[in-house]
Design a binder for this molecule. Structure first.
Ligand code: WT7
Length: 657
């Protein structure tokens, strides 16, 4: 971990936007004072605060204690039993929302007029029936409470159905992003010891078919853990079905009953694992449990998106990432609103797909990522200008810092100057948003995630945990437990303690550097570890490095992130080749293909440089900091005193020139 004093923020954005007047009058929280009162109360007596919120949820058996906190282990709503699927679906029907549309889905393919070929509307009642049938089908396959089920699917309603069905019977799911390739599936299936995979023949992406089933077949040649594969027919591309192992989704639900009561589950029962990258090669299975995650995602969704019964809400994230788990599925359905879901790419068939979709369905709340906004900016304002975006009431951003320029563009051309923007800071580990404006209460500043949400005790500290003065940079940490927090890294308590609970005494270490200004606003500066954020997706350097090294020509490699206008960060790979092997463009092309095959296209390096040696410390650690400087500025000015062999950097510079 670098020294806190080395984190220096250069951003001094001055603009401020009060919550739009028309928005304030109807908002759940209507003034900064009201927010401050709520926040102060939540920290003064967290038990009372969370108990009151929890009273709005369905429990089969009420909990005895709000929280048991034994750093780093938290238990929330102790002694209670509940079911997240029940709260997402059955409870909404009990409240009279049964005929309301829960999912409003658009497939990617379009007809000759550019209109979507498929739009599906699924009511809460229909969702209950679909989920119950699939839950029964899973039981028929032998899936039992506690069994981990892997989901590797396109963005289709059946993915939501599968997640909810797992939650209903208490089988934790592990969703793997459809953009990952076979080896990534193997790592995750092995780590989770998961025997059942639910997938599809393929998924549509930018007019092409992503062959998901073929990737699962390849994975199954690399691990013997995969015993059952459920295949959804989506694209009707050719697949090979292995008898005894593979079954069709439509076949197993055909005769399944639509009656499947939700299983009462302990508040701390595992709800899901979601694998995410850290600074070592092995992806971490972030573990979330039932009641705390359920309440935290529903509460934050309601407050931050200011959800009302008639909202048509759209989050563009893929469910393969935590944003989709929390704010496409669990946090949203619990609010009984309509959730728009889109299968494909933002630029298919053209760069106005998002804006056309917003106009078509009269979307009121829209949540996307800075990398998407920057891509749209580049294409020009004529694309959104073609569509009626007046249904929009609120805009959200997530995944990486949003640069003020992109914030302003979003504000002016999508929000027409009248929508509050919620820049929401959080992580896979936090389960839900921790720092974000409340849209009717918090004046926003472009580029700042603003203030901690109720219940969240965020601080900027140095290595010893000392709070930094206003405008001083430091480490972002959280000093009190919150219901949505991760409960562990699956099967690795040691790593859990080390990664999150050992860096800052007594607090959760986020891994982000940040600054807090004189108004108490948080400005996130990005990761302080080796994690790279490409298009808002978190990638570990080690995973990409080991993919490179697994190529027979490569001796050693180091991978770093460097700033990129579009993707936030891009990947630069430094590679040394084995002796006698020509380091040429042909090898570069091969290596790019190799990484895409091993990790997925998301990990494709933007540049590959061959070098004779990598800069290392005397203890043999690669000095990525120097490589980052080189990739960013084309030179190295930083401290090189711990470098073992300075000539490696000198040579890299020569090779650069
Ligand atoms: C990391 C977590 C949050 C769900 C999607 C990503 C960065 C996230 C923001 C934001 C600045 C942000 C942080 C964080 N990040 N949101 N609004 N402003 N940075 O989840 O893959 O677990 O990544 O994303 O660096 O630590 P994730």
């Amino acid at each position: 971990m670098p020294d806190a004093t080395s984190i220096e923020s250069i951003m001094r954005e001055q603009r401020q936007f009060p919550p739009p007047e028309g928005f304030v009058n109807h908002a759940h929280v209507r003034s900064l004072d009201q927010y401050r009162e709520l926040h102060a109360r939540s920290l003064a007596d967290p038990d009372a605060f969370w108990a009151e919120i929890a009273s709005g949820f369905h429990f089969f058996k009420k909990w005895d204690r709000v929280v048991e906190w034994n750093l780093p282990f938290a238990k929330w709503f102790v002694g209670g039993t509940t079911n997240v699927c029940f709260n997402c679906v059955d409870l909404q029907i009990q409240r009279g929302r049964g005929d309301h549309t829960a999912l409003l889905w658009e497939g990617e393919p379009v007809d000759e007029n550019g209109q979507p070929r498929e739009i599906r509307r699924i009511t809460y009642k229909q969702l209950l029936s679909d989920v119950s049938r699939f839950a029964n089908a899973l039981k028929q396959l032998g899936v039992k409470k506690g069994d981990r089920v892997t989901l590797y699917m396109p963005m289709v309603p059946e993915l939501v159905v599968a997640m909810l069905a797992c939650a209903r019977i208490g089988a934790p799911h592990s969703v793997i992003f459809g953009g990952f390739s076979a080896p990534a599936i193997v790592d995750r299936v092995n780590d989770a010891d998961s025997n059942v995979i639910i997938t599809a023949d393929g998924g549509f992406r930018r007019g092409q078919i992503v062959p998901l089933k073929a990737a699962v077949d390849e994975a199954a040649t690399l691990t013997d853990r995969i015993k059952k594969v459920v295949v959804l027919k989506r694209c009707c591309n050719d697949v090979t079905m292995t008898p005894g192992r593979d079954v069709w989704f439509h076949d197993i639900v055909a005769n399944a009953s639509d009656q499947c009561p939700a299983e009462p589950l302990d508040s701390e029962h595992m709800l899901f694992l979601l694998y995410t990258s850290g600074s070592t090669g092995k992806p971490k299975g972030i573990l979330h449990t039932t009641a705390g995650y359920m309440i935290y995602t529903a509460y934050t969704a309601k407050q931050v998106f200011d959800l009302k019964p008639d909202d048509i809400y759209w989050c563009t994230a893929d469910i393969g990432w935590v944003t989709g788990h929390s704010y496409v599925v669990y946090g949203i359905l619990q609010n009984g609103v309509t959730c728009v879901m889109y299968e494909g790419a933002p630029n298919f068939p053209a760069w106005d797909r998002f804006w056309a979709t917003i106009a078509r369905h009269k979307v009121t709340k829209f949540y996307t990522a800075p990398t998407a906004i920057r891509a749209f900016m580049k294409q020009g304002v004529e694309w959104p200008a073609k569509h009626d975006l007046t249904s929009l009431k609120l805009l959200g951003s997530v995944g990486e810092p949003i640069n003020p320029e992109a914030w302003m563009w979003y504000h002016e051309y999508i929000g027409m100057g009248g929508c509050p923007i919620v820049d929401t800071w959080w992580q896979t580990e936090t389960g839900g948003m921790l720092i974000s404006p409340l849209p009717g209460a918090t004046p926003t500043k472009p580029g700042s995630a603003t203030l901690p949400l109720p219940g969240i005790d965020a601080a900027i500290v140095d290595k010893s945990g000392n709070v930094q003065p206003a405008d001083g940079g430091g480490y972002l940490c959280i000093r009190k437990p919150w219901p949505g927090m991760l409960r562990g890294i699956y099967g690795d308590e040691e790593r859990f303690r080390k990664q999150y609970w050992s860096e800052i005494p007594g607090a959760y270490f986020t891994g982000d550097g940040a600054r807090r200004d004189a108004d108490g606003y948080f400005w996130i500066m990005g990761r302080v570890d080796d994690v790279i954020k490409v298009s808002g997706h978190r990638l570990g350097t080690a995973e990409i490095e080991s993919a490179l090294v697994s190529h027979p020509a490569v001796a050693e490699s180091a991978v770093v992130g460097f700033p990129d206008d579009l993707t936030g960060e891009a990947i630069a790979a430094f590679v040394t080749v084995k002796s006698g092997i020509p380091a040429n463009d042909e090898l570069k092309t091969q290596l790019l293909q190799h990484v895409v095959h091993a990790v997925g296209s998301i990990a494709r390096p933007k540049s590959i440089r061959f070098t004779e040696a990598l800069p290392k410390t005397r203890s043999g650690k690669i000095m990525r900091r120097l490589l980052r400087e080189l990739a960013t500025k084309g030179r190295v000015d930083g401290d090189t005193t711990t470098l073992e062999d300075f000539s490696s950097i000198a040579r890299l510079r020569e090779e650069e020139a």
